[in-house]
Design a protein around this ligand. Structure first.
Ligand SMILES: Nc1nc2c(ncn2[C@@H]2O[C@H](COP(=O)(O)OP(=O)(O)OP(=O)(O)O)[C@@H](O)[C@H]2O)c(=O)[nH]1
Ligand SMILES: [Mg+2]
Length: 258
């Protein structure tokens, strides 16, 4: 009897251990890759996916990259940085676990400020608060006097930003000829997500539910506002009342780079 109990206990422990290891191996972390137009998001994405880049076009819509790390894999989603694509960024906030935000280190001060204003807008969004962010200063190979990371941290008060929105932020330089810093940053990002994985997963489920409800309400109000008023003059053509074609992410151009 005693032996049976011991056997059973041993079996349960092995199963539990196996299940946890298996779960960790299967883990796929959803990461969002954002930044202004031409800052180098696609460049970073291709390097992380281990693919050679042959097309140098701007990203219109979405591009996905897969990266395998020792303990998990990353599903990285880049959304283009042009004005049209920028409007779609928020559709991806609720399902993301971490953010890679790129800014160009070779641009002028005015554009740098714009880039950080955009970053503030992202992290203040209700679905992005409390998440992990890797801040990547790209094109550092193109500037002679590379801006020091602590200058960026001080100038844009990144510590305050992290405290205000309960985030973890790490800043790195990206130089396509020296990739060590990028890989260290990615490891940091993955580790921090893994530490908080189950909480983040629950949070994402909740946020997705909230987003669905908000979308339903929005669609209802669109339908309602498109209804023709009974008092409208007969000359108003019904086609004028047709629902405008909305831009939703599932209608967009979508490319996978695996
Ligand atoms: N020298 C150098 N060139 C870079 C670096 N990062 C990107 N580039 C170049 O900058 C150009 C724009 O880079 P992309 O990766 O296409 O920029 P993006 O952020 O994806 O741009 P959108 O998709 O339009 O939002 C390309 O010609 C890249 O080769 C870098 O770190 N160093
Ligand atoms: Mg791109």
């Amino acid at each position: 009897m005693k032996l049976n109990i011991l056997k059973c206990f041993y079996c349960c422990c092995t199963c539990w251990k196996k299940r946890n290891t298996f779960d960790l191996e299967r883990r796929e972390l959803n990461i969002l890759l954002l930044g202004m137009k031409s800052v180098g998001k696609t460049e970073v994405g291709y390097i992380l996916a281990g693919k050679k880049r042959t097309i140098y076009e701007t990203t219109n819509g979405v591009q996905c990259y897969k990266t395998r790390l020792p303990k998990c894999s990353l599903a990285i989603t880049e959304v283009g940085g042009n004005r049209q694509s920028e409007k779609l960024w928020h559709h991806y906030y609720s399902r993301t676990m971490g953010l890679i935000y790129c800014y160009d280190m070779s641009i002028d001060d005015q554009q740098l400020q714009t880039s950080f204003q955009l970053l503030n807008k992202i992290v203040s969004h209700q679905f992005m608060r409390g998440k992990v962010m890797l801040l990547v200063g790209t094109k550092s190979d193109l500037v002679n006097d590379t801006i020091q990371l602590y200058d960026i941290e001080n100038r844009f008060a990144l510590e305050n930003l992290a405290n205000k929105y309960f985030m973890k932020i790490k800043t790195i330089h990206f130089n396509p000829n020296k990739l060590e810093s990028l890989w260290n940053g990615i490891e940091w990002l993955a580790n921090n997500i893994n530490i908080n994985y189950s909480n983040l997963k629950n949070r994402i489920e909740n946020d997705n539910d909230i987003e669905k409800t908000l979308k339903k309400q929005q669609q209802k109000s669109i339908k309602f506002s498109n209804r023709r008023a009974k008092t409208a003059p007969a000359s108003i053509n019904s086609s004028q009342h047709r629902r405008s074609s909305l831009i939703f992410p599932w209608n967009m151009h979508h490319t996978n780079v695996f």
